[in-house]
Write a protein that binds this ligand. Structure first.
Ligand SMILES: Nc1ncnc2c1ncn2[C@@H]1O[C@H](COP(=O)(O)OP(=O)(O)OP(=O)(O)O)[C@@H](O)[C@H]1O
Length: 375
């Protein structure tokens, strides 16, 4: 065969592949535009190896910090993730922003599995998913000025703000989060806790992300300051068209800001629903127990609230109970719970009934129980 013929065939194949790639990209964009979730998390797992021995490390088990988590995040919405300390919330957050590598499962961003990305494609996704950390006292470098802290992401993504523009950009961000732009040369210790969290938020916004993963962003703050920071985050969500994953251990904090809520226990999601479904019509005994502990300001409603006291501690994620992870502390547990893992799905007996209890709950004996009386 003639050389030129070879070349033109190769060229045609290359063009064909390029067309296929563009079509697949267009398909993904269309799928997202048609109301697909911006993030789809399926079977997400993180098992940390437990080792023994100093020189020759031998794996003797694994801490199942996250053990098969599913959830969706839709564009412009806030998904609250709640659960007690140690249930794996922070590990989920770190996997979403690529600070930890999953042991299993997928995280799809606009239809693409981010674990399979590398190079420029991965960098672009990382730019679009930013994190705001838990503790503003320790997450900011005390030796850097506020200007350097907020502008640091531009070192990795200089295309977002060329060097000459950075100071102006950082001052705009300070203004956006309600801080005086003239404070740009100050150090973190010169700010209050709430102001430091505003600095953390400004840094999270620097690259103009689409998604912010906020890991207990107000837990370290006084109650009065918590409300201010939450109000700020709600305003920024509108202004910058952001989607939030908002993590907290307290259901009452999450309620204010979340459109939907996922309740986690020992590495798994046990119940998900809209804020109304979770607060007014919980069906999982763990959610019901958490709700029975939230502060209720109105004394007459508080009096009528049912109290569910959980006995025992959260078991170790290195050795979770068989079957349902919650069964060792559950007031409803029966034999079935020890042998059969309940799946996170709408319970059969609520399916198609159009009632608020019709939402996913991982319990063999899911049943609606209103804990906090309505106003
Ligand atoms: N690098 C690690 N190596 C081993 N175990 C870990 C590691 N990081 C977390 N864990 C364990 O994984 C489990 C989940 O931790 P994680 O921090 O995700 O929980 P959390 O719900 O965010 O709790 P908290 O609110 O206290 O941060 C815990 O038992 C923790 O000890």
């Amino acid at each position: 065969m003639h050389r030129d013929e070879h070349g033109s065939r190769r060229e045609a194949r290359r063009e064909g592949r390029e067309a296929e790639r563009l079509m697949s990209e267009a398909h993904q964009k269309n799928a997202y535009a048609a109301g697909e979730p911006i993030l789809e998390v399926r079977g997400l797992a993180k098992h940390f190896p437990l080792t023994q021995g100093v020189v020759l490390k031998r794996q003797v088990g694994a801490v199942k910090a996250v053990d098969g988590v599913d959830f969706d995040l839709r564009g412009g919405e806030t998904l609250g993730i709640v659960g007690e300390s140690g249930c794996g919330k922070s590990t989920v957050a770190k996997m979403l922003v690529h600070l930890e590598e999953p042991t299993g499962g997928t995280i799809r961003y606009k239809g693409e599995d981010i674990a399979k990305l590398s190079g420029r494609a991965l960098k672009a996704v990382r730019r679009n998913i930013q994190m705001v950390f838990q503790d503003p006292y320790t997450s900011l470098n005390p030796r850097m000025t506020v200007g350097d802290i907020i502008g640091e992401p531009y070192d990795i993504h200089p295309e977002v703000a060329p060097k000459g523009d950075r100071r102006k950009r950082v001052q705009e961000l300070l203004d956006v989060v309600g801080l005086n732009p003239e404070y740009i040369n100050r150090y973190p210790h010169q700010f209050s806790g709430g102001q430091r969290q505003r600095i953390g938020i400004a840094r999270g916004l620097a690259l103009r992300p689409e998604i912010i993963v906020a890991d207990e962003p107000v837990s370290a703050l006084d109650v009065s300051v918590q409300a201010q920071v939450i109000n700020l985050m709600e305003r920024l969500q509108q202004e910058f068209d952001l989607s939030y994953v908002f993590i907290a251990h307290d259901l009452s904090i999450v309620r204010h800001i979340s459109d939907r809520v996922a309740v986690m226990y020992l590495g798994r999601v046990v119940e998900t629903g809209t804020d109304e479904q979770i607060y007014e019509h919980p069906t999982h005994p763990y959610t019901q127990a958490l709700l029975s502990a939230v502060p209720v300001p109105d004394p007459s409603r508080r009096e009528h609230r049912e109290r569910i006291i959980l006995t025992g501690d959260v078991p170790s994620p290195a050795n979770p109970p068989s079957g349902c992870h919650f069964r060792t502390r559950c007031f409803k547990a029966q034999e079935k719970c020890a042998v059969e893992d309940p799946v996170l799905a709408v319970p059969e007996w609520f399916k198609g009934r159009g009632v608020p209890a019709e939402h996913p709950s991982a319990c063999h004996f899911a049943e609606e129980k209103r804990i906090v009386p309505t106003e």
